[in-house]
Design a protein around this ligand. Structure first.
Ligand code: NAD
Ligand code: NA
Length: 396
């Protein structure tokens, strides 16, 4: 069928298989163009189908010839109903890996469950023996706790005070004030339960117990900090508490990995348009001003550029891995540069519905958002009939 974008609120209900495939191919080409990295050999990516996780899988496979197992939670296609983009991305990744002679298998299911953990471990044992890198890149609004059975829902709220600031509806370009009332204790607990470090630690516990982590294995989870502008709703809000928890968990996991001389890291990444970040108030306005500023300075990056740099300039060099005073890897260094932040803060004050098209990169935001779903990708003929029912090769 001919597939067009169908928007509802901040989500797109359709996705385009050929566009998603081209996205994956473009990322692979980028990684190859940067040359080989003496990196990981056998990699598990949890959250491997979109965003930073997909970029991590592509960088491992096509930057270091690594065998990869990807875990994700995506919607399969049905006759006349498209799959979620991560499904098509994974189908394309598997195709490309096969053509390149690289081992790749995927598991579609709830990573928070014991079932998916066990299934993953069985697959590692059967096919790879031991793995040397575990990337933890889940972004989810809900988690059903495997022990208590309670379903937790994360919220995006400030803590303590009502927060009022500007925001943009990136579809209409309308800039308005948004007021968010503060969270309660339960909101904080739920958000930490979903996006904190407990599940990451459960994964590593299970992998260690099954003895499928190689000597010197590393695990990396992704975090975000961002500027003062978004602090009340992000880093000092409910989601920030979850990130504090995730970052603290890295130290606990590192202790557990001492026996195999392994280590857990958190990498702080740049703000980018993904399905997860477009749902956070205030962030899209910040991102559109940030993109404008970083593009003008020639330092703009997407997920693949960020992760390629993370692997080649932080994780896999002959030097020690550089970290900040809190033990975190900083690949948000260009976003947080003083000149960048000063310019964004100045633009923020002047941003209105009328000025934003000029001051910000609203167009870039919109096209990145559409790109996530495989739309607006150059080289793809959107008038052409495509088959929406695409299989993922190597799906377990
Ligand atoms: P994303 O939405 O693009 O990717 C989320 C991934 O998690 C997908 O592969 C999805 O299938 C998978 N997933 C979700 N729920 C699952 C479940 N129950 N079981 C199995 N898989 C599941 O998100 P992203 O933006 O790439 O975020 C990944 C990480 O990076 C998050 O920790 C996020 O906070 C962090 N991060 C994001 C940004 C940003 O601006 N987007 C910046 C810095 C850090
Ligand atoms: Na991801």
């Amino acid at each position: 069928m001919v597939i067009e974008p169908r928007m509802r609120g901040f989500i797109c209900l359709t996705s385009h298989p050929a566009g998603c495939e081209q996205n994956v191919i473009n990322q692979i080409e980028y990684v190859k163009s940067k040359g080989q990295i003496d990196g990981p050999k056998k990699v598990l990516v949890i959250g491997a189908s979109t965003g930073f996780g997909l970029a991590s899988r592509i960088t491992s496979a096509f930057g270091s010839n690594a065998s990869t197992i990807g875990v994700f939670f995506e919607k399969a296609p049905q006759e006349k109903k498209t799959a979620s983009p991560g499904w098509y991305n994974s189908a394309a990744f598997q195709d490309q890996a096969k053509k390149a002679g690289l081992y790749a298998k995927s598991i579609n299911g709830d990573a928070f469950s014991e079932e998916v953990k066990n299934k993953t471990i069985d697959l590692i044992k059967a096919d790879l023996g031991k793995i040397d890198l575990v990337i933890y890149s889940l972004a989810s609004p809900v988690r059903t706790h495997p022990v208590t059975g309670v379903t937790h829902r994360s919220v995006l709220k400030p803590i303590g005070n009502t927060f009022t600031n500007k925001t943009v509806d990136f579809h209409t370009g309308i800039v308005s004030d948004i007021t968010i009332t503060p969270s309660n204790e339960e909101d904080i607990e739920n958000t930490v339960a979903v996006m904190g470090g407990e599940d990451w630690e459960m994964w590593i516990d299970a992998l260690l117990k099954a003895d499928v982590l190689a000597e010197n294995a590393m695990t990396v989870a992704y975090s975000y900090i961002g500027p003062g502008l978004t602090e009340a709703v992000y880093r000092k809000g409910t989601i920030g508490r979850a990130k504090d928890h995730l970052e603290a968990t890295a130290f606990q996991i590192s202790d557990k990995l001492k026996g195999i001389h392994g280590k857990a890291y958190v990498s702080v990444n740049k703000a980018l348009v993904t399905q997860a970040s477009s749902a956070i108030p205030v962030i899209p306005l910040y991102i559109s001003l940030l993109y404008k500023t970083m593009k003008e300075k020639g330092i703009h990056e997407g997920c693949i550029e960020q992760i390629q740099r993370l692997f080649s300039e932080r994780l896999y060099t002959s030097q020690n891995i550089p970290t900040d005073e809190n033990g975190r890897i900083r690949i948000d260094d260009w976003e947080m540069r003083e000149d960048v932040q000063q310019e964004v803060a100045a633009l923020w004050l002047d941003a209105t519905t009328e000025t934003l098209p000029e001051l910000g990169d609203l167009q870039g935001y919109k096209s990145d958002f559409l790109n996530l779903f495989g739309f607006g990708i150059s080289g793809v003929d959107y008038a052409e009939d495509v088959n929406e029912v695409v299989e993922i090769e190597g799906l377990q």
